[in-house]
Ligand binder design. Structure first.
Ligand code: C5P
Length: 313
């Protein structure tokens, strides 16, 4: 083989890989009792939505993490504690790959917003390192590595819509018709997920909860492609504790209701609030009105469901 060919194939082996990964919202989030391992059993319906992080993986002598974009100034660890770095170590071990990587994380998912931004980067890092090192790990192996990294990471590999149980890692696909249009109201400060779960436990110790309705209403609405029914069925057990810890979110949810959103809820452990709109035009109208009222730091629009972490060609 001519030296030029050798050189270009070696370069191709090390060409940077960019992965695009979506945010998630929980259309239904039922939280069970706390478990001995500190987690809670969940029943949740995830939908992946069109707010994206872009994660570029490049070979490097050591681990480097660069962050830019939405909320990049604070909150995203640059060290080996970053979930993306932990994901790289897991893939390196599974693929017996040597050497470090540089991650460029371009954040479009709000940091600390209850939309799984850190988990999304971990899912992207798994897919990106697998492609970079040509590991071709089977999907079940990637799923197992994802579950070791965090409760939301397995869903962000697949995306679309899924029913999850366990601590969020046991996934079953859900039949979902149509496109759903969302307005997201972002708060100025993140909320700690463990703190919101702890507040739920504290509230439940005082007022034991009534038996939960379950996800059937949400699943039926998705099957039918009925946005009005979905708006009525949205439910999140973490909403009350999130509102206790961040009372100003009540005003944000009220604003969405007053503007005629089909449904409103705190996303995951918050503090992002999600409003379901009738269609794309309605989402534009609601987003503009919410932005004009100054109740949120910033307002975004997104649609779902969308695919999970994918290499950008
Ligand atoms: O799995 P992940 O690291 O995303 O979870 C963050 C925290 O959220 C956990 O440490 C735990 O406090 C809480 N959590 C929980 N039950 C779950 C998922 C998360 O209590 N099913």
């Amino acid at each position: 083989m001519a030296p030029g060919r050798l050189h270009s194939s070696a370069a191709a082996q090390h060409a940077p890989v960019t992965v695009r990964v979506p945010a998630k919202i929980n259309l239904y989030l039922g939280v069970g009792a706390s478990r001995p391992d500190g987690y809670h059993d969940l029943t949740t319906v995830f939908q992946a939505i069109s707010l994206y992080d872009e994660v570029t993986v490049t070979p490097a002598g050591r681990l480097v993490i660069d962050v830019s974009g939405e909320g990049a100034a604070g909150g995203v660890p640059r060290s080996s504690d970053n979930l993306a770095a932990r994901a790289a170590r897991l893939v390196a071990k599974a693929a017996r790959a040597k050497g470090g990587v540089r991650f460029n994380l371009v954040k479009g998912i709000p940091v600390g917003g209850g939309m799984a931004g850190g988990s999304a980067d971990a899912a992207a890092a798994l897919v990106g390192c697998d492609a970079l090192w040509k590991a071709e790990l089977p999907p079940a192996r990637l799923h197992a590595l994802a579950a070791a990294l965090g409760s939301d990471v397995p869903f962000l590999l697949s995306g679309r819509t899924a029913l999850a149980r366990g601590r969020g890692e046991q996934l079953a696909p859900v039949l979902s018709r149509g496109v759903y249009h969302w307005v997201l109201g972002l708060d100025a400060e993140g909320l700690s997920t463990p703190a919101v779960y702890a507040e739920l436990d504290r509230l439940r110790a005082i007022h034991p909860p009534l038996p939960a309705a379950g996800p059937d209403g949400v699943l039926a609405a998705l099957r039918a492609g009925d946005a009005v029914a979905l708006g009525r069925a949205l439910h999140n057990d973490l909403q009350s504790p999130a509102l206790r810890l961040r009372p100003r979110l009540r005003r944000v949810l009220e604003t969405g209701r007053d503007l005629g959103a089909l449904g409103t809820l705190v996303s995951g452990s918050g503090p992002t609030c999600a409003f379901l709109a009738r269609d794309a035009n309605d989402a534009t109208r609601i987003a503009a009105a919410v932005a004009g009222m100054g109740v949120c730091r910033t307002v975004r629009r997104a649609h779902g469901p969308v695919a999970g972490a994918r290499v950008v060609p």
